[in-house]
Ligand binder design. Structure first.
Ligand code: FO1
Length: 349
């Protein structure tokens, strides 16, 4: 008996880099008939050696196009770094960001198209012609909006009062050069106010049958996408159920350094705390309480089953199940569980 086509045909996902890309592989396996639109984070984007690098868009494109380096989670499989070595021999900075030779071809195509006047959305569509990721990958905005991190000056400069001087560094420098080990006083999306949602972004959220927040970084990936004016509002008003998958398991990020980012905004590294941070969309809590959040449902790992009642008391449906994406089958099961929770939350037709 063929499984009936799921009522969730149009699925929109707000995705960051590695965790989001791996989740998407499971989602496509769990819902092969679905039409998946991925709104990609571009806050990580950076000019490096005159090339425009879009780490999260490329990680989704390479992962779903089977060109990703599995062991790094970013950049290309079978990569070489000859150009990087040559640049280092010239003493050209930054030497802390590794551009692979194959990866450089992507940045050359993107940079040439941007300089010819194409918007990032058109560039991304052109690059996806080659990679065929199986999703419609669209940047959160076509405008420049870059995540910067306010830290104590790494060179130890002090201000007039002798306190450590603070300065903003690009997210990639904080993440790659300093491994997010410099305490972040603030994380700022430079350009957020002027950036508007990219073509198709609001429409993909409003017309979805389900909106999914994958286990991407809640601050510098999902959080960044929601900072582009108009996107959070679209998520709050969509008719589609909005379901998230916790990126924190047993008090620790599944991968990456989400804990350093959560600390920067004063949110505990805990599955329930992230749900509270995203907030309930429809208040089940006493009428009149603010329900300006974005979540209808939240999946937590079995290790965090004890936090289910606390999340439910916020007005967010919550279930616990294994969330470690240990292999494609496990990832497909997680995606399936997210879709089932979304289907159960659809307004009764
Ligand atoms: N991450 C690193 O830890 N070291 C690198 O040298 C590095 C280079 C790099 C080049 C292209 C690219 O698309 C991603 C790259 N990343 C690197 C990963 C990147 O910092 C992260 O994927 C995201 O920005 C965070 O999700």
């Amino acid at each position: 008996m063929p499984t009936p086509p799921s009522p969730l045909r149009r699925i929109t996902v707000l995705a960051g880099g590695i965790g989001g890309a791996r989740f998407l592989r499971g989602l496509l396996a769990a819902a092969p008939d679905a039409e998946v639109t991925v709104i990609g984070n571009t806050g990580d984007d950076i000019w490096i050696h005159g090339l425009r690098v879009c780490p999260d868009l490329d990680t989704v494109m390479y992962t779903l196009g089977n060109g990703i380096s599995e062991e790094r989670g970013w950049g290309r499989e079978g990569e070489t770094f000859t150009v990087k070595e040559e640049l280092a021999d010239y003493g050209l900075e930054p030497s802390w960001f590794g551009l692979g030779d194959r990866d450089i071809a992507t940045h050359l195509v993107r940079t040439q198209m941007l300089q010819a006047g194409y918007p990032l959305s058109a560039v991304t569509e052109a690059l996806c012609e080659r990679w065929q990721p199986g999703v419609h990958l669209i940047p959160m905005t076509d405008e420049r909006a870059e995540t910067h991190v306010v830290v104590d000056d790494p060179d130890g400069a002090v201000d007039g009062s002798g306190a450590p001087a603070r300065r903003a560094i690009h997210f990639q420098e904080w993440w790659v050069r300093y491994r997010a080990e410099l305490p972040a006083h603030a994380i700022v999306l430079v350009g957020a106010d002027d950036a508007k949602p990219g073509p198709g972004v609001v429409e993909a959220i409003e017309s979805a049958d389900a909106v999914i927040l994958p286990p991407s970084n809640p601050v510098v990936s999902v959080g960044t996408i929601l900072e582009v004016s108009g996107i959070r509002e679209a998520v709050q008003r969509t008719q589609a159920p909005v379901v998230g998958v916790s990126p924190i398991v047993g008090g620790r990020p599944v991968r990456g350094m989400a804990d350093a980012c959560l600390a920067a905004i004063g949110v505990q590294t805990d599955a329930a705390a992230v749900a509270r941070h995203y907030g309930p969309r429809r208040a089940l809590i006493p009428a009149g309480a603010p329900a300006d959040g974005i979540l209808d449902g939240w999946l937590v790992d079995s290790a965090d089953a004890a936090s289910v009642p606390a999340v439910q008391s916020l007005g967010i449906a919550c279930e616990s199940r294994p969330l470690l994406m240990t292999d494609p089958e496990a990832t497909a099961d997680i995606a399936r569980a997210a879709l089932e929770l979304a289907a159960s939350l659809r307004p009764q037709a």
